[in-house]
Design a protein. Structure first.
Length: 203
């Protein structure tokens, strides 16, 4: 092979090696993306499960309270049990769970910034066409479910003048700074949220 032929062969070999390296890097990148995607989905699944567990536990506890002691006991359950139920729902999966609203009963229930931003973006409106959230931001899985006002909710969240005297009294005692009244059926009451770190989702 003459000199020109050897140079052409050498150039072809370099191009082949470069192409092989690029393909290998692409494959490694794809594997990394796939692993990240699986971790994201695992964290979202954990957040979903914790949100469902909390929603179910709180609803059942409130229904039980309404049967046993009426709205007055339900107010007490919200004040004393709701936070503990949220902690319990997320404890097994490294997940934080809670509820948030533009009209809080207690400042202690203020949601994290990403939930507060969502609530402010929605504003006071009907819950009918409001979409939830299921995404990963900054290494944290975010799940948010809108809460719509149902008929039974008006017992404690309706127009102040329409509340039973014992309910008004219970609310004043439990929540001196209560702002969570004046709703109608179908209104957006707020959101149930959950957040789970992706890093804790496993390899």
């Amino acid at each position: 092979m003459n000199l020109a032929g050897r140079e052409v062969a050498h150039t072809s070999m370099k191009r082949w090696v470069l192409a092989s390296c690029l393909l290998s890097l692409g494959s490694l990148g794809s594997l990394g993306c796939g692993r990240d995607s699986r971790r994201d989905e695992a964290a979202l699944t954990r957040a979903d499960a914790a949100a469902s567990l909390y929603a179910t536990a709180l609803r059942e506890r409130l229904q039980q309270a309404m049967k046993q002691g009426g709205p007055k006991l339900a107010v007490e359950v919200c004040r004393s049990d709701a936070k503990a139920l949220a902690v319990r729902a997320g404890a097994q999966s490294t997940t934080r769970v809670g509820r948030g609203s533009l009209r809080l009963r207690s400042a202690a229930n203020a949601p994290p910034p990403w939930v507060d931003g969502w609530l402010k973006a929605q504003g006071e409106r009907s819950a009918g066409d409001v979409k939830g959230v299921r995404e990963v931001q900054g290494g944290v899985a975010h799940v948010l479910r809108p809460i719509a006002v149902e008929g039974v909710c008006l017992t404690c969240h309706g127009e102040p003048a329409s509340l039973a005297p014992e309910v008004r009294e219970a609310l004043r005692a439990a929540y001196p700074d209560d702002r969570a009244t004046g709703y109608k059926v179908g209104d957006l009451r707020g959101a149930l949220w959950a957040e789970a770190p992706v890093a804790a989702a496993g390899p």
